[in-house]
Each structure stands twice: as structure tokens, then as C-alpha cells.
Design a binder for this molecule. Sequence first.
Ligand code: GLU
Length: 425
Amino acid sequence: MSNNATVKHSSENPFESMMSRFDEAAKILGLDEGSYNVLKSPQKAVIVSIPVTMDDGKVKVFEGFRVVHNANLGPSKGGIRYSMDVHLDEVKALAAWMTWKCAVVGIPYGGAKGGIKCNPRELSKGELERLTRSYTDLMVNVFGPDKDIPAPDMGTGQQEMAWIMDEYSKLVGHSTPAVVTGKPLVLGGSLGRVEATGRGVMVSTRSALAKLGINPVGTTCAVQGFGNVGSISAKLLQMQGMKVLAISDVTGGYFNPEGLNVEEAIAYRDNNNGTLEGYKGGKKISNEELLELDVTVLVPAAMEDQINNENADKIKAKLIVEGANGPTSASADAILNKKGIMVVPDILANAGGVTVSYFEWVQNRLGYFWTEERVYRRADRVMKQAFEAVYQASQKHTISLRIAAYVVAIGKVAEVEKLRGKFGV
Ligand code: GLU
């Protein structure tokens, strides 16, 4: 999702946003100073300059990052983002969120994130391939199926993962599908991986609505972002009987008070260069308007910092389910809490993606592939159990679901860090 898809404002630093929640949870847990200092800093941050020969023969140098926040629970895991907005503090925050996310859902991974500062829409397929392969070459000592396992994120998908798998395999001299997840099915991908994040958003929405005593059938919602996460969340929420009143992408928002036909919108996007430009299923609105619509459920599934101290007060939804990473800035938390809005935080709500990434990695290592039904059943179970654990922690400490998720996650990572000693791999 590029920048104009989203709300413009004085943005908060995403790493500081992450840390302010971390601090709150650390206080509740009574985390000792040593553990606090270890867990707040990434274990490793690699910055590379990636030279790429462009189609016109000129050489351009791109900036690339990989941050391993923590590898206490297992090899570090997290996506790679291609966007002009990528910068070190963003990647550091996203890497830490991966640590907490994997811990919340109880999968044996630490957290990492990567990114390349580029606009993938402006690069040809050949340029993207050369960029991805060169990045992999430079990261060969960082990546590894037992070390650090990338996956798709904003601006990347199956093709990039296939190139990473191929390049890494060439470098180590044997086929290594488990070095990356989110691969195409024929190359060792998992059934259900493409839908996994959106499906987890849907399962989390159902769990939260049940706690609020709201029947999903006929309940209204708005979804910001129409990439993999937003479009599939919207589709699956509609399949649950919910009414999707608005969607949005790089071209703005589309609103229909009677409910949009999400499947039709997806088909439109797929035949229209990947955007909703010119879509007639709803009236054109802005992203600000979408966030402030009078709906029961709001799913921000675009990028960071969309709900902030400038618009949080205007949000009318009763429930926010965070499909994106970091869509709510820390300064908005208190405002939303005061308004009594339930927020299913990113590190819980969008963890379905990394959960099925884990299943993909397990299948790659077993050399045995699961049915879609098995993937869904197990992923749904993980998501429901994680929601319940976070909900119970929020009740126990009388805190928001967000801080409860951090308490659950940090508690686990700190316990493992104590057992292993301060200086894990
Ligand atoms: N990029 C996704 C996320 O932010 C998936 C990460 C993964 O599967 O490793 O959760």
C-alpha cells in the first residue's frame, strides 16, 4: 500500500510507539532491569547497499535492512517489505512486533523484519528479480532455515519468495525450501498461506464480537487497505454475514451504505492493474472518512500510524481489529480506551499469517504436505486459544487487550531468556 492510500499526519516514530507499550507491560510484569535492557534492543541490525543494474543499463543502489529483534524462542521470523517508507526505526519496530506476535500465538520463533527502500510498482520484473537476488546474496549469513526465515510483507509476495529460495539454495549448494515461507505452492508453499492473515483477522473478529455479545450477521464493518490482508479479511468477514460498508486502497475509499460486494471488488482489482481506481460499487470517500464511519467493526489493514491522536476521538466503531502492523499509534491508545472501544491488537489479530508460515516451515522440514482443511483447523485453533489467553490476561490485570498481549508475549520471552541466560544466539 503506498503512501497516498493512507492518512497523512505528523507521524510518531513506530519504534517509540512499540516501546511505550513495552514499558507499560514491563511494569505490570515487574520485569527486572537486565531483561528489560536485553529485550528492548534488537540483537542484530544489518544495513546493506544493494547495487542493481537497471533495464536501461545504469546501476542504481538501493538501501536494504534486516533486523533480528530476538531469537530466544527459536529462529527469527518475519517478512520483507518493499516500500519507499522503509527506514531503520520502522524495521526495528516491525521486528520487535514479530517477536511479540510469535510469542502471543505460541509458535517457536523469534522476531525479525527486513525491508528495501524502493517502489516496487516502478520496477520491472527483471529489476525486481535482480534486486531480490542481490539482497539475498548480501543476507546469506543472516538467513537460514534454523536461523532467520523471511516471508512476504507489504510490496512482496510469492514471486519474491521464490527468488529468495532459489538464490539461497544456489549459494548453499542444495535446495532449501524452509529458508523462506510464503512460497508458491509448487515450490513448497502451504495451502492456506495466502488467506492466512485475513482468515486470522476474521477468526479474531468473531472471538471479539462474541465477548461483546454481538452477532456477526448483519454487523457493519469498514476495511482500510485492499492488499492481501485487507481484501481477504473483507471477503471472509462478508462470508460470516457481516456487511462491508467500505473498503480502500491506494486510490482512496469506496463506501456503500447497503454493503459492498467484496468478491466483485476483488475481481475488479485483479482486472484493473491491482487497484480499485474507477470502481463503481461504492461512493468515493477519503481514507480519513473511512476510518471515521459509523460502523461496528473497523479493520485497519494498510500501514502504521493510521489511527492517531488526531483522529482517534472521531472513531465510531465499537471494535477495531488490527490487520496491519502498528496501525494505531501509542498516543491513540488512551483515547480509544476512554471511549470504550475494544481493540484486538496487531500482534494478536494478524498473527494468522506467521502461524501458517510456521506450518509451511514444518511441512518443508517434514517433506509432507497437509490438506487445506488441516491448515485451517490448526490455524483457527491457535488463533482462538491466543485470543482467549490475551482476553484472560486483560481481565486479570484490568488492562486493554493490547497491553495484555504484550504482557503475555514479554512474559514468555523473558522467561525463556532467564532459562537460557541473557545472551541467546
Ligand atoms: N509479514 C507477515 C507479518 O507481518 C508475515 C510474517 C511471516 O509469515 O513470517 O506477520
